[in-house]
Ligand binder design. Structure first.
Ligand code: FES
Length: 661
């Protein structure tokens, strides 16, 4: 049954197609062949599947900033042959419709197709397209030494000499080995896997009692993980940051703590939903959780392949893993039901994870390789935040530190070596490009910086140069600051048409400001900011500032008491602190108190991989944090309402901004 291209229908999941007023019964789903260009990849999919899903199966990762709701237009593709059924009203111009463009998230397969994917619609896997949060100059081993701690990795190699059995000492091979290990200072009991015991007798004799052992030492005993023959190979460990959008991996040489390789990729789960809420919804579908787990594990395997190739090592040498991510990502990686994270009272299944192995979580590494999952605090303060606090050393510092992770939820922590508090601000994904018409993530083609010249003309900087495709979080923060500073918007985020009559058009909720003229881009789109976008952005910045103020008031302190502000998160590298203060998102403090930590989660995971003491501290951080649940916290809503103003209803909180207004 072929339905006309781009007719607007709703499409129920179970076999009945409604076309206008007629209902069309589908008795049996057929398979159709979809071919994608460029590349010509063919994939066979079931009738009724979404074109977005078909593209994903063919290996094309389309951009889906609105989570498949048909509003962001990022998944725009061109049908070159065949027809699709459109579930909803696609947000496309008459010209685009005439050229057979459709939105892949709304298009349903009803026949064989040939589809062209414009380069702008696809996530690019080129390294420049990824957020640059990796810092090859870092040396976690030296960082640990500078804390006066030994490099004490999760797994280590030890060479021991086991005495030969004699008539006087005919204790078992394993008992003689245990004696030798105890003499080396390793804690008891000493245990070994059956596979080690099976190989021990001949291995011991072939090597004349000299054994190279792979050990997992711990305060409560020592585990012998493997016997290694080759004296030249070194053990490596992997630190992993599982973000909702991006995965970062770092291969560390375990004995020195040196970074051997690092790499990143988009999270392959993106087509199943751009934010954690959509992923949780997807996990609730039949086999959805299995699929999400497979995608993130497969993406991780591809990072391992890349690092193994770069370093000429083998997978057998990667003998330990520390993984950090938000609570939902950690649940999905382990295949744990995340459903209740998004349902009142927002309860994760687990916050502190048991000791795991690569075999248990399905990673193609030595099966015994221990895997540590960074502990969470609550549903929306996850292992990425505890690892970030470890990396920033907030729990060891006597200075009062504010830690701000600028992601979808805007997690904020406040504390020092005496206390730790944290909250998730429900800031929403506006700074990640969602809910803002021309918004996008900090990828190639994103406007990441906005300034104005002395005449008030807006000037844009684009990541990677070239024509802009949208505007990312740091650009939006700059833009808000510049629009206010140049009088184009009021303190309430409403357009002042007289300030720029040529660019401000429409009225009321439809009012918008044209940022990039038609023709400046490589298609007919425009980059605009609307009053609805401004409203979203002000709510987002307001939520972050209200979270900060709630934590401060909760511990009876004022913003001026903050001695250090650590910024982490996806677009933190591009963030202009001055703009963030001018719009009232961050407290008005001396600028030298602000620092950018890079990928705090990855750094923390690396440190935990290399130091037993820091692994213990990571666990302590998660236990010490007092979590503020803002949805029910008294006073939070008042703080939020007061912050819905540029910079704030209480201007005395922003003395440096006040002077410039
Ligand atoms: S319009 Fe398709 S994902 Fe946003």
């Amino acid at each position: 049954m072929h339905l006309p291209h781009r007719r607007e229908y709703c499409f129920p999941a179970v076999g009945v197609l409604y076309g206008g007023h007629e209902a069309l019964k589908v008795t049996k789903f057929k398979n159709y062949l979809i071919q994608f260009f460029p590349g010509g990849v063919k994939v066979e999919v079931e009738e009724g599947s979404s074109l977005l899903e078909a593209a994903r199966r063919a290996g094309y990762l389309l951009r889906t900033e609105c989570g498949g709701r048909g509003t962001c237009r990022r998944c725009k593709v061109q049908i070159q042959a065949g027809e699709v059924f459109t579930a909803g009203i696609p947000n496309l111009s008459v010209k685009e419709r005439a050229q057979n463009y459709t939105l892949a998230c709304l298009a349903r397969i009803t026949g064989d197709l040939e589809v062209r994917i414009p380069s702008k619609s696809e996530f690019s896997f080129s390294p420049e397209a990824l957020p640059t949060e990796l810092s090859p100059g870092e040396h976690p081993g030296r960082e640990i030494t500078s804390l006066s701690l030994p490099v004490d990795p999760l797994v280590r190699v030890l060479q021991v000499q086991v005495p030969v059995a004699t008539q006087q000492d005919n204790a078992s091979d394993f008992d003689r080995l245990c004696r030798a290990l105890t003499k080396s200072g390793l804690s008891e009991p000493i245990q070994a896997d059956l596979s080690v015991l099976r190989r021990l007798p001949s291995f011991l004799r072939e090597n004349k009692g000299t054994l190279r052992l792979l050990l997992k030492p711990g305060p409560e005993g020592t585990e012998i993980l493997d016997l290694w023959q080759d004296s030249k190979i070194n053990p490596y460990g992997m630190a992993l940051d599982i973000g909702t959008t991006t995965l970062f991996a770092r291969l560390l040489e375990l004995s020195s703590g040196e970074v051997a390789a690092e790499t990143s990729d988009f999270n392959w789960q993106i087509p199943c939903g751009t934010d954690i809420i959509h992923r949780i919804v997807h996990a609730g579908k039949p086999d959805g959780l299995k699929e999400l787990r497979r995608l993130v594990v497969d993406a991780t395997e591809s990072l391992v392949d890349q690092m193994v190739k770069d370093t000429h090592t083998t997978r057998d040498q990667i003998v330990a893993v520390v993984l950090a991510g938000n609570a939902t990502m950690e649940h999905l990686f382990l295949g744990i039901e995340p459903r209740f994270i998004r349902e009142d009272p927002y309860t994760p299944a687990v916050t502190r994870f048991p000791s795991l192995t690569a075999a248990q979580i399905g990673l193609n590494l030595p099966p015994f390789a221990p895997v540590v999952i960074s502990p969470c605090v609550a549903s929306y303060v996850g292992g990425d935040i505890t690892a970030g606090l470890l990396a920033a050393g907030v729990h060891r510092d006597e200075r009062l530190t504010l830690y701000v992770d600028l992601g979808t939820n805007g997690e904020v922590a406040l504390g020092n070596r005496d206390f730790l508090t944290a909250c998730a601000c429900s800031a929403g994904p506006a700074f990640e490009g969602s809910g803002v018409r021309s918004g996008m993530r900090a990828l190639l083609g994103a406007i990441d910086q906005v300034q104005s010249d002395p005449k008030g003309q807006l000037l844009f900087r684009v990541i990677g140069g070239g024509s802009p495709q949208g505007i990312c979080g740091s650009g939006l923060i700059d833009l808000l600051a510049q629009l206010h500073a140049t009088g184009r918007i009021t303190a309430r985020g409403k357009f002042n048409r007289e300030a720029d009559p040529e660019r401000i058009r429409g009225a009321g909720r439809r009012a918008e400001l044209l940022l990039v003229n038609t023709g400046q881009m490589d298609d007919s789109s425009e980059i605009v900011i609307s009053e609805t976008d401004l409203d979203n952005l002000i709510r987002t910045k307001g939520a972050i500032f209200a979270g900060i103020m709630t934590l401060l008031k909760g511990v009876g302190l004022e913003a001026s008491a903050i001695q250090r502000v650590v910024i982490a998160g996806g677009f933190g590298r591009y963030l202009d602190v001055e703009s963030a203060i001018r719009i009232g998102m961050l407290p008005d403090l001396p600028r030298n108190r602000f620092e950018y930590i890079g990928n705090g989660s990855l750094r923390g995971a690396g440190l935990a991989l290399l130091s037993g003491r820091l692994r213990q501290e990571l666990d302590e951080i998660s236990r010490r944090i007092t979590y503020f649940e803002l949805s029910t916290w008294p006073g939070y809503m008042d703080e939020f309402m007061a912050a819905l103003f540029l910079p704030h209803t209480d201007i005395s909180l922003f003395p440096s901004v006040q002077g410039r207004q």
